[in-house]
Design a protein around this ligand. Sequence first.
Ligand SMILES: [Zn+2]
Length: 358
Amino acid sequence: MEGLLERTVSFAYDYKVMCRSCTGTSPLASSDYYQEINEAHIDCAHCGGDIHFGPAVFTLRDAEDPALDDRWLGSAAWYHTSTDGEWPNGTRTMPTEPDSPIARLLSPAGLQRARERYETQALHLGTYEAAIESMLRRMRNQADGGSQFYLYRVRLRDGLNVEAGWRDENHAEAAQITHRALGDVDAIRYLNVHESPGSISLAVRRGAIEATQRVALPLTAPGQSALAVRADVASLRARVEHMEIHRPATLDQVDQLRAETARRRGTAFTRSPSPEQYALLEKIDEVLEDACLPDASRPVKSAFTGALKAWRRAQHPDVDDAAYVQRFAALAATLQDPDATFRALSSQPIQELRPCQP
Ligand SMILES: [Zn+2]
């Protein structure tokens, strides 16, 4: 798909937050956001009022975001991640067998409404960063830690009818919008406050998509940096295990209770790490993040590590540190070296979509 406009990818962005008193916007450093400085409060740069920061007050990072221009929007590459290798062609059906968890929760009428809503939702496209962060969130929060993900690059059809301006996901229907609610337009812009917060995402009809290219993630085996960091991780792990051997045999109160519960249930009991061991385990995360994601912000690093830990928990049988480091480094390359991903996408066949669907 030649000629699509690409933006410069960065996972090191800071945020903008809006003041409820004067509606002015103030910058918020990603590190301050991560540390929730001053119990998540900053002073408004305009009126000095108090801003309690979080997703509810995130606003556009770039007031001149090129996606606000319809022509640019239509000529740009848009991204989406999915566990569906046939997206957006796969039929989207909600599991509604009588014994499915959702069917047990809802009345038959409620189930029907939920199903219609689920199956007619608009498709979501975003920046490269938003698509990757959406995958990380699903890995962490939606039991997709072990799932195969695909990254799609999307070309939109010419001459789309795009809603003017942008919706704030906090206050207007956007993320859950259905095809019907799109009305006469093919696409709406909305402020994404969860993935790459402060960027513009799109909700589109399926028919707005002209073509896609797809790669499976992660792309490649890791390079030398992964080998170097593997030795650092191994040495930290050895220190944790050495401490374990020399720990006093007496369990603390919490672990006594946990051991008792495990005995009653007949499950395995693993002792909680001591504070000293815990500090070393955190150091393992830090060493990996600094080696594989040197340019990403603290919130992105943390989201990435959370996602990779979900991947590790989903592996059966358990994987060792070497396999974990390999996976960490391979997926981190998607964030650290987006140009390699762009090249891989460009080498893939172009899937043209038939224009007749809704
Ligand atoms: Zn203000």
